[in-house]
Design a protein around this ligand. Structure first.
Ligand code: DHE
Length: 549
């Protein structure tokens, strides 16, 4: 298998104004940039969630004068400080992750011209494709006795693995090797297969029917990637998978049971402002239940693509303009509308997947980050969808449309912010469940250690203040560490009675998943094991298969 972008030789123009670097230094910096920086700033450093990091020395104004700005203008020592200590604008600090020498290296690196990495087309993808267990050699029925509905696929971020944890017994059933820093797991429509995508673009297909669930196929679809989903519309169950690339900016449609890449489509093009963008990365992808379509959200262009997979030879795509930069999102309760964060515009875009049109662009507080969001019925405003914010101290509740007659009285609120619930900044994920009376939100990116290690829980009947704040790190009973162990990503069990929170420590710290009873908010279980290294996202099979949140 090929690695991520870090291992690739790329063209780099030299300029006398940039600090000189040896080949070895550049390679080391390139690896760090890929692993730590590219996600927010982009490979070409054009900026998205993070600022533009181009050197800018070649830019001239209309009179031919060199313009100020860019990393070169900031200079070495200012850049080292920004990278080390972060900024009020949302840049996180790296002084606890990178050494002094690495901080200095990165400051030098970003004053040099950005690398232009190679492309990765169908031929390259086919060359990387491996079927480890042929379809004919796979079980024809479930060969284990696990309650697969309540299995959790857990990202072990820094080991490049996924742990399959039995939700009933809390035992680790299997740990499988996957791509680098797996981002998400998604399910096939039948619930048999788990698809995971590494940041290095490696897709792994896990068959849950095997006696010991294992990877049965792999393919690499990009050098840098974050999203994957499957065909869930009736008649297409388990037929296709789709994965989105950050670099190259493209998506690949694959066979569902073998991962054979079938079609690669570039997302390069024009933004909603009418400017060409060379690196419009694929952010979230979701599969419609009402049409054979995927909703593909293109970050830098702000274009939402409805990709019709009923005839992939003659692919039809509807392009819906929204706002920049599209990131993550989820369905409303009716699963007709998809709501996605346009984070730099402080907006939520709602797409009507029935009509293939933008239903609304809703102004919200700074840097919305919904994960998949949370759906519930508000006592005053009816059906709402909630998002948290990285950059504001609220959770935003948006009234969603509903075709049900009983909800007609709420129509006047549709697509407006009906309430801002007081929280703290640095939220990444919110969650509830149709059977729960609670709303959970983490605060994993808050600069305060205690706050980052805690989660807040509200009663849906009274959102005026958190009903309880749970200090997950303390509840875990694990020895205290100097470094932050972030409490991140609440995920419900299939029956909606438990909430699992990852306690995301450093690579050498003992980490855990802390399980709470949703009704009593008491500690139920701490799942910990020497192999449980840096757990982050957790994906309950049933809830992920049916998009329940
Ligand atoms: Fe994520 C979802 C991108 C950092 C954990 N993240 C997503 C999605 C995108 C994305 C596009 C939506 C996928 C979908 O639904 O198809 N994430 C990015 C980044 O670009 C970013 C900001 C920087 C990077 O370099 O990757 C980033 N993400 C993180 C983390 O640091 C997190 C907290 C820990 C980790 O494992 O890396 C993290 N992202 C997650 C999780 C989801 C996710 C757990 C899925 C949420 C869900 O409930 O479905």
């Amino acid at each position: 298998m090929l690695t991520g972008l870090a291992g690739h030789v790329v063209a780099q123009e030299q300029n006398s104004q940039a600090p000189a670097m040896t080949v070895t230094e550049k390679e080391a910096a390139k690896k760090i940039y890929f692993e730590r920086c590219a996600g927010c700033h982009g490979v070409l450093r054009k900026g998205a969630t993070g600022k533009n990091l181009e050197p800018h020395w070649t830019k001239t104004d209309k009179d031919g004068k060199t313009t100020e700005g860019g990393t070169l203008a900031l200079g070495q020592s200012r850049l080292e400080k920004i990278i080390g200590y972060g900024t009020d604008g949302g840049m996180v600090n790296f002084d606890d992750i990178l050494t002094k020498e690495e901080l200095s290296l990165m400051a030098k690196y970003i004053q040099n011209t950005p690398d232009v990495p190679p492309e990765f087309g169908l031929k390259d993808q086919l060359a990387s494709w491996k079927v480890l267990v042929e379809v004919k050699d796979r079980p024809t029925k479930q060969m284990n006795k696990y309650n697969l509905n309540n299995m959790f696929s857990v990202t072990l971020r820094d080991t490049g693995e996924v742990a399959l944890i039995d939700g009933d017994t809390k035992e680790i059933r299997s740990i499988v090797k996957t791509g680098y820093a797996v981002h998400i797991s998604r399910m096939s429509a039948s619930g048999r297969y788990v698809y995971v995508i590494g940041r290095d673009g490696r897709v792994s297909l896990i068959d849950l029917w095997m006696e010991k669930p294992a990877v049965v196929a792999e393919v690499k679809i990009a050098f840098d990637a974050r999203s994957i989903d499957t065909s869930k519309f009736k008649g297409f169950e388990d037929k296709y998978a789709i994965a989105g690339g950050y670099w190259p900016p493209q998506y690949t449609i694959m066979e569902g049971d073998t991962l054979k890449p079938l079609k690669v489509v570039s997302t390069r093009g024009v933004t909603v402002d009418g400017d060409y963008h060379p690196e419009p990365r694929v952010a979230s992808i979701v599969s419609s239940f009402i049409k054979p379509e995927w909703v593909v959200n293109v970050k830098e262009t702000g274009q939402i693509l409805m990709v019709d997979y009923s005839d992939i030879e003659n692919l039809k795509t509807t392009t819906i303009g929204s706002a920049k930069f599209l990131h993550d999102g989820g369905w409303d309760a009716s699963k007709r509308y998809f709501l996605v964060a346009a984070n730099a515009s402080n907006k939520i875009a709602a797409v009507d997947t029935k009509t293939g049109k933008l239903a609304a662009l809703v102004d919200v507080a700074k840097l919305p980050h919904p994960g998949r969001g949370a759906n519930f019925t508000h006592p005053t405003f009816g059906p709402v969808w909630a998002t948290g914010h990285l950059g504001a101290d609220v959770l935003t509740l948006i009234s969603t449309a509903s075709d049900e007659a009983k909800n007609a009285k709420y129509k006047k609120y549709n697509w407006t912010v009906v309430q801002e619930v007081k929280h703290v900044p640095g939220n990444l994920f919110v969650k509830t469940h149709p059977k729960s009376q609670n709303l959970w939100a983490d605060s994993a990116q808050n600069p305060d250690k205690d706050t980052a290690e805690s989660v807040s829980v509200w009663k849906l009947s009274d959102l005026s203040k958190p009903y309880k704040i749970l200090h997950v790190a303390k509840d875990s009973g694990l020895p205290e560490t100097k470094a932050v162990r972030r409490a991140v990503h609440p995920e419900y069990s299939a029956d909606g009675t438990e909430v699992w929170i990852s306690l995301w420590g450093g690579k050498t710290d003992q980490s855990a998943i802390v399980v709470y009873d949703d009704k009593t908010l008491t500690l139920k279980k701490v799942i910990t094991d020497p192999k449980m290294i840096t757990p982050t996202g957790k994906f309950n099979v049933y809830n992920t298969q049916h998009d329940i949140y």
